[in-house]
Design a protein. Structure first.
Length: 128
């Protein structure tokens, strides 16, 4: 693999975005370490299972293992960046469930003074 310095990083011409599914920590200077739920931009793909990636607004490009990430649409990447990192994988899960049908939610009874717990939600998938 080429070192990150030799990878051309176009300003806005990313191939696609990914959501990181696991933490990846590497001491290799050609790799880009990342945390679970980060959104990265892919600038180059190889058949060897490694993609060149960078962070939005960043200047460092490094190789990441493609088995640690999942591809997301441009719209989803933008939506995920607006959420706290700890909620991003859940948002993607809900989006993927919605692709298979319509999500229906129902609130439980509101909490009362006798039971000061938060209400719960029931989520079900309605398929065509």
């Amino acid at each position: 693999m080429a070192s990150p310095e030799r990878i051309q990083s176009p300003s806005d011409d990313f191939l696609f975005s990914v959501l990181c599914l696991h933490d990846f920590l590497s001491d290799d200077p050609t790799h880009l370490s990342f945390d679970k739920n980060e959104v990265l931009e892919i600038v180059r793909c190889t058949d060897a299972g490694w993609w060149a990636a960078m962070r939005i607004g960043g200047s460092t490009v490094g190789w990441i293992p493609n088995g640690y990430v999942t591809r997301v649409s441009k719209t989803m990447a933008k939506r995920l960046r607006q959420l706290p990192e700890e909620l991003r994988s859940y948002e993607l899960d809900v989006e993927e469930l919605g692709a298979y049908g319509r999500l229906a939610t129902r609130d439980s009874a509101a909490p009362s003074l006798d039971s000061p717990t938060l209400g719960t939600h029931q989520v079900s998938l309605v398929t065509p």
